[in-house]
Design a protein around this ligand. Structure first.
Ligand code: AHR
Length: 487
């Protein structure tokens, strides 16, 4: 089939906004083989002295992932952090009720996670508080344990456990996880009740440590829940109750979304629904600021998309570990997901891929090594190269006119479902980076590039494969990135 032609004009000097690197953040939950058998595995060779897998560390390290969310996810709703501290032999074994009721040994807990995250990944930890079966007393104690520097009970206990004086200084804390979901243990179905409770928790947390950044629990960004919680929460009182020079009580509003379809086009276009969700949530935040007379410039919370990926929970069931086998089609969908975060980087200041190892993850462990799934190569390229400032561009190419998942995406986008999905940036060291996903499964698309000086040396990384169904899980890297330098 003859290639289609298209044109992409980039405006490298038209910088729009800085891209927060936190859009490449990760997520490690006590689910399936993410922690046990993933980042931590005392039964394997090639471990650090802390029983952390060196191969996972050395593979993730070059991506310079800025933040990792922990310990869940749904696991959070029954997690009692005190089970995971102190001498390992005294830690209680519990049932992991969120994910099939298997035994949670608690061998890996707060201090192990902080060592993995800070010392090995050089990343910031983001801890999610239990707003299911947990209490504010537990939450405050956990924050004191992690962050307090004085002579208080939990600060002393931390020193006793870690053997040093340095606090963990955990800056990011989540006010519960998907508390609205019927699958949650101790679900809160009324957004007003959640908003009121979250406000009381936030007030106490910011008194304990005003440096903390809090994430309010949203839904998929387009539900009544999102509006009610945002509207209730964004009040002058909750935003700066503690005085003019005090930080607001909430800093981020979260969104979660997973996309998937057996149909290639539905699959790869689906992340555009997340783009709509970001735009909608952002409008809800603005509306709440206007309605409730909250000064936007100073106090407006931003969006933390703290769970996203390609996942079909019927195909890769949560209670059996959700080990997706990603195809080239899924890798392209991840490319669109990441383009969305770059295009929306003015509104999204953090996004966490769910998850970082084994569970719906680009990176898998085997008995003796690791497998980089198809989506790894796309995620890796974005983490390594797409940074600095988002810049403007114009695309002219053919459009898709078929079905979408969700259905409403078709109507919401009108005819603007282009075969080429694009984002662009300029890096601080002077490179112009253009990310192009060709969604068409049969046609090559030759794009003329405008806006880039013609004498420029261009490095082209391509991620492709024999067909859109290939995956890397059978021991061969059928999909990976390939570099060509054009002088
Ligand atoms: O990431 C897997 C699960 O998906 C998380 O535990 C939960 O928050 C979401 O429903």
């Amino acid at each position: 089939m003859a290639p289609q032609t298209a044109s992409i004009h980039v405006f490298p000097s038209h910088r729009l906004n800085p891209i927060n690197r936190a859009i490449y953040s990760g997520f490690t939950e006590h689910m399936g083989r993410c922690i046990y058998g993933g980042i931590y595995d005392p039964n394997k060779s090639l471990l650090t002295p802390d029983s952390l897998r060196k191969d996972i560390i050395s593979t993730l390290e070059p991506l310079d992932i800025p933040i990792f969310r922990y310990p869940g996810g749904n696991f959070t709703a029954t997690y009692h952090w005190q089970d995971g501290i102190g001498p390992v032999e005294h830690r209680p074994k519990r049932l992991n009720l969120a994910w099939g009721g298997q035994i949670e040994t608690n061998e890996f807990g707060t201090n192990e996670f902080i060592v993995w995250c800070r010392d090995h990944m050089h990343a910031e930890p983001y801890l999610c508080l239990n707003m299911g079966t947990g209490t504010l007393v537990d939450a405050l104690a956990w924050i004191e344990y992690c962050n307090a520097t004085g002579d208080s009970y939990y600060a002393k206990l931390r020193r006793e456990h870690t053997g040093h004086d340095r606090p963990h200084s955990v800056k990011y804390w989540g006010l519960g996880n998907e508390v609205w979901g019927p699958w949650q243990i101790a679900q809160t179905s009324d957004p007003k009740i959640y908003a009121e409770t979250a406000m009381q928790w936030a007030k106490a947390i910011k008194l304990l440590d005003p440096e903390i950044k809090l994430v309010l629990c949203g839904s998929d960004g387009m539900q009544q829940w999102d509006w009610e919680v945002i509207r209730q929460y964004i009040q002058p009182a909750t935003m700066s109750d503690l005085g003019v020079n005090q930080p607001p009580l909430v800093d981020y509003v979260s969104i979660h979304m997973y996309t998937a379809s057996e149909d290639h086009y539905e699959n790869v276009f689906a992340p555009l629904a997340a783009e709509r969700a970001i735009e909608t949530t952002s409008c809800l935040i603005d509306l709440a600021c206007v309605e409730n007379k909250v000064p936007m410039a100073q106090l407006r919370p931003t969006i933390c998309f703290d769970e996203w990926n390609v996942w079909d929970p019927k195909r890769a069931v949560g209670s059996t570990g959700a080990e997706e086998r990603y195809t080239l089609s899924d890798a392209l969908a991840v490319g669109v997901w990441l383009n969305v975060f770059v295009r929306q980087s003015e509104r999204v200041s953090m996004a966490c891929i769910a998850q970082s190892v084994n569970v719906i993850s680009p990176l898998m462990t085997t008995r003796d090594g690791i497998v980089k799934q198809t989506s790894w190569w796309v995620y890796g390229l974005f983490c390594r190269f797409v940074k600095g400032h988002r810049v403007n561009f114009v695309v002219d190419c053919g459009t898709y006119r078929g079905s979408t998942k969700p259905d409403w995406l078709r109507d919401a986008r009108g005819t603007i479902m282009r075969w080429l999905d694009v984002s662009a940036c300029t890096t601080d060291d002077g490179y112009c980076v253009v990310c192009v996903v060709n969604i068409h499964k049969e046609q090559d698309i030759q794009a003329d590039f405008g806006g880039v000086p013609s004498a420029t040396e261009v490095a082209v990384y391509t991620v492709t494969g024999e067909n859109i169904d290939v995956n890397n899980m059978d021991g061969e890297e059928k999909v990976q990135d390939k570099l060509v330098v054009i002088m």
